[in-house]
Design a protein around this ligand. Structure first.
Ligand code: HEC
Length: 140
């Protein structure tokens, strides 16, 4: 019995360290049959959407009807310890930055880059792995 408890403690400490890089849970078992969490799938969407927004902003197009991604708050992550008030605060900032981008008169490079900042901020805290990819979204 104690052996299991100690093993559990060791495992959760190990997972706590891995969380930084957004690894899969230590059991190696994927949460969904396809191996991707709800949050990971949502993030992939967000990445593609931001990439197409980037092109529109570069062309100076007026933006409207942007997705607000409220689902960030409820999507189940690979690592359940990610969820909490800190995560929600970062998610709020990100959603606010989309609204600001949409509210700007013409597509604003400043507001777009500010949105990418919000991706980067949350990733610095919870998931540095994809930061290199996200950084490429910035408009120079
Ligand atoms: C509120 C925090 C937060 C914000 C904001 C955020 N992310 Fe994430 N992101 C995460 C977490 C946590 C994961 C790990 C998801 C998982 O594995 O369950 C992740 C995963 C990812 C992944 C990897 C998905 C995969 O294939 O496994 C990419 C790419 C990504 N995010 C891009 C972005 C982009 C682009 C933005 C901004 C448009 C963004 N993220 C904003 C927290 C955030």
């Amino acid at each position: 019995m104690w052996r299991w408890i100690i093993l559990l403690i060791v495992l959760s400490v190990a997972m706590g360290c891995q969380q930084q890089e957004c690894k899969k849970p230590a059991t190696g078992k994927p949460i969904n049959p396809n191996g991707d969490s709800e949050l990971a799938l949502l993030m992939r969407d967000m990445f593609l959407e931001s990439d197409s927004l980037k092109r529109l902003v570069e062309e100076g197009k007026q933006l409207s009807g942007l997705r607000k991604y409220q689902e960030i708050h409820s999507a189940i992550p690979t690592d359940s310890t990610v969820r909490g008030p800190v995560f929600d605060a970062f998610a709020q900032n990100y959603i606010a930055s989309i609204k600001a981008l949409e509210a700007s008169d013409s597509a604003s490079i400043f507001n777009f880059n500010h949105m990418v900042d919000q991706c980067m901020n949350c990733h610095t805290e919870f998931c540095p792995g994809p930061k290199k990819r996200i950084k490429k979204l910035y408009i120079r």
